[in-house]
Design a protein around this ligand. Structure first.
Ligand code: PLP
Length: 283
């Protein structure tokens, strides 16, 4: 693979960052993952907007437009001949001697790489996800997309060790989100229930798009929290993320959702999402 580090494109074997990078020592870094289908970028502008917000919240001085991140994304697509998969982008506060006080004026470290993955025909989309629930023990600014991913990584590993696909995290009796996805249910009345935006969850780009297209899939959007029992009793459940798109959830804590197979509402919204994304790809 050809990757990008601080303005240079080079083979991944030759790419390196300082051991003093704040991203490594303090997870003092933000990131974005943009899906690629048909050789084009999905929802690039929305990811840039969220990136600007995350950088602002952490006071990391980096201007995505001035640095032509779109141009770098395009070059990486071309150089790696990527048709389907993702582009990962990470910006840390930069390199400074280790100190809890954040340094001022350090040039941010910027890295990007691609991963080729089957997204459109992902096995999980056909099969559906089996989920277990665990307490949400993350910090309380989950709306900032930082690389502080230890707990979600532990939870995902716990799920896989338990023979299932993922964890939905729960706080005060209500589902917050998946280890790397937003969580949603569909009621018998055809309502799409999803937790409202706050500091408690990441403001998913896919979540926002799905809410925009819900009416086209005959679903009425209701933004309110829901609990585990309500999710288990729902007609359907699904997760959204940039690379999973809309993926059905078929089991929560051993309890089948609906008839235990991916449902029609989830299928409609996944198809809508993919069709709409294809109309708006950025090359
Ligand atoms: N929630 C968390 C904790 C995530 O890590 C992610 C994505 O990685 C999402 C939600 C989904 O966000 P998006 O749709 O922007 O990928």
């Amino acid at each position: 693979r050809i990757v990008h580090v601080n303005g240079s494109f080079l083979p991944e074997e030759s790419a390196s960052l300082s051991i003093f990078d704040r991203g490594l020592l303090f997870a003092d870094a933000v990131y974005e993952v943009t899906a690629v289908i048909d050789g084009g970028l999905v929802d690039f502008e929305a990811h840039q907007q969220r990136l600007r917000r995350s950088l602002g919240e952490l006071d990391i001085a980096f201007d995505p437009e001035a640095e032509d991140l779109l141009g770098i994304h395009r070059q990486l697509l071309q150089r790696n001949d990527l048709r389907e998969g993702l582009i990962y982008l990470q910006i840390s506060r930069g390199v400074a001697d280790r100190d809890f006080v954040q340094p001022r004026g350090t040039p941010p470290s910027v890295i990007l790489f691609t991963q080729a993955l089957p997204l459109l025909e992902a096995p999980a989309a056909a099969r559906g996800l089996r989920i277990i629930t665990r307490p949400d023990l993350r910090w309380h600014r989950r709306d900032i997309k930082t690389t502080q991913l230890l707990y979600p990584s532990m939870m995902k590993s716990t799920a896989v060790a338990a023979g299932v696909d993922d964890v939905w995290m729960v706080e005060n009796g209500e589902v917050t989100e998946g280890s790397s996805s937003n969580a949603h249910i569909i009621t018998a009345e055809g309502q799409l229930i999803t937790r409202p935006l706050s500091h408690d969850i990441l403001h998913g780009i896919t979540r926002a798009a799905v809410l925009d297209y819900a009416a086209e899939a005959d679903l009425e959007v209701v933004e309110r929290p829901f609990g585990v029992a309500e999710a288990q009793a729902a007609r359907e459940a699904f997760a959204t993320s940039a690379t999973a798109f809309v993926t059905p959830v078929v089991e929560i804590n051993g309890h089948p959702i609906g008839d235990g197979a991916p449902g029609p509402g989830t299928r409609r919204i996944r198809e809508r999402y993919i069709a709409r994304s294809r109309e708006r790809l950025q090359y």
